[in-house]
Ligand binder design. Structure first.
Ligand code: ADP
Length: 425
């Protein structure tokens, strides 16, 4: 649809190219924009763009096209009212994760090797779809993304650091299993895609603070130095963007509190100070972001917390988010042929039809099933996202697997035709 007035907002579209394609981004971008405007009236943020395989050029070069975020509250913005921004990216050929061992000095002794961090090239195929799969009822995801954009904008404008400061550190805290680590990874991926015009490559360095710290306590100070020496090397290359993820940061920083109270050796203090010094050095670089997670916010060193520009609490999902997550799980089961197809109603519609039985029996069946899922979503209050995502397997094992033993996957190719080959069936 042709736009008539100034756009009311932006809809981002992400195009993943196959690895064989030589990048010709501007051309691909305009073909995608044209395809979408000719074939769709509205965008559905978070959904795959369908049918693009019909376009020959795209068939030859693309692997996946999705409507990503929109800046409008409307869940299905009219394309005639928005500006489409198309991001084209190509996942790295080195998709593998490189483990980074920091030795404690004696290079010959394997025992002294600590898996201190992993390094992953971005964008990575394995992280695609993670961002969409994380569901929060608050606007946590766009807020984080906007924060990064703002820091980039300020850096570009050469804002005087003595007047306005920021540290490029984000802290996500809250109960375990609420998607904090996943959100950091997904954000790193998102940045790599969004910034691909500007940075030729992205890297995600995940520091495993738990193993780094607990095992080699007295040597940890040196390890932190070595680790950050590597990070600094990567950041020196200004054509790349680096996201450093420090998971379970409380295990690094809780130590200082212990040192203060005299229960831990002063080595602990040195480690924390080493970490803080390194973080302070990074804040002057444009092409780095530090993300950290913690399950126990109270246990984190206050000097670390002070450095975080954003301290975001990530809580347990409310019923509406439970409903989203479970619906997603059921849709995946249907897609894979593990259960009968049914078009489940969304949360708001469930609320509307609660007291209104449908006249047609097939619609009534859908209504009943949807209301049941809504009741389950309420009953799941207090569960983490991680627990919810396990429920389908557990409930299938308990209630459905015995019914589905007739599935071809269970057939024994060795058995004589027609012979009963499944005990219990
Ligand atoms: P944390 O770091 O908070 O312990 P993880 O990032 O390890 O949590 O999350 C574990 C898994 O739980 C994720 O892979 C994700 O699939 C699921 N999960 C957790 N929270 C959510 C959520 N809000 N929406 C969707 N999935 C979630």
């Amino acid at each position: 649809p042709r736009r008539t007035a100034a756009p009311k907002g932006i809809v981002h579209v992400e195009v993943r190219l196959n690895p064989y394609q030589a990048l010709q981004t501007p051309q691909i971008r305009s073909i995608v924009r044209q395809y979408i405007s000719e074939n769709f009236e509205r965008a559905e943020p978070g959904a795959e763009v369908e049918g693009w395989e019909e376009v020959e050029v795209l068939r030859g070069c693309a692997e996946r096209i999705v409507f990503a975020e929109s800046t409008l509250p409307d869940p299905f913005p009219l394309l005639s009212e928005v500006k489409l921004v198309v991001h084209v990216y190509q996942p790295s050929n080195h998709t593998g994760i490189q483990e980074f061992a920091a030795t404690t000095g004696d290079e010959d002794d394997d025992e002294d090797n600590v898996m201190a961090a992993t390094v992953q090239e971005l964008p990575s195929r394995s992280l695609d779809g993670l961002w969409e799969s994380l569901i929060y009822t608050e606007d946590i995801k766009p807020r984080l993304l906007n924060y990064i954009y703002t820091t980039l904008l300020f850096s570009d404008a050469d804002v005087d650091f003595n007047i306005i400061t920021w540290n490029r550190v984000v802290l996500l805290h809250g109960p375990p299993g609420t998607g904090k680590t996943s959100l950091c990874r997904a954000l790193a991926q998102k940045l790599a895609i969004r910034l691909s015009e500007r940075y030729a490559r992205g890297r995600l360095v995940e520091i495993n603070s738990h193993s780094l710290f607990s095992k080699w306590f007295s040597e940890s100070g040196k390890l932190v130095q070595k680790l950050f020496a590597r990070v600094n090397e990567m950041v020196e290359d200004e054509s790349g963007f680096v996201v450093v993820l420090i998971d379970e940061v409380e295990s690094l920083t809780a130590a200082r509190a212990g040192a203060m109270s005299g229960t831990e050796p002063s080595d602990a203090l040195r480690v924390v100070n080493a970490l803080l010094t390194q973080l302070d050095k990074l804040k002057h670089r444009k092409n780095v972001l530090v993300m950290s997670t913690s399950n126990i916010a109270q246990a984190i060193d206050s000097a670390f917390v002070d450095r975080a520009d954003i301290k975001q609490y990530i809580g347990l999902p409310p019923p509406e988010a439970n409903h989203w997550i479970l619906t997603g799980c059921l849709n995946e089961m249907m897609k894979r042929g593990l259960m009968e197809n049914i078009n489940l109603l969304d949360w708001k519609t469930c609320d509307k039809v609660r007291e209104k039985p449908a006249k047609q029996s097939n619609l009534e069946r859908v209504r009943q099933a949807s209301l049941r899922l809504a009741r389950i979503s309420e009953a799941c209050q207090g569960m983490s996202g991680r627990t919810l995502r396990r429920l389908p397997v557990l409930s299938y094992a308990r209630y459905m697997v015995s019914l589905s033993l007739a599935h071809p996957a269970f057939d024994d190719p060795e058995a004589d035709e027609g012979a009963p080959n499944r005990p219990g069936y």
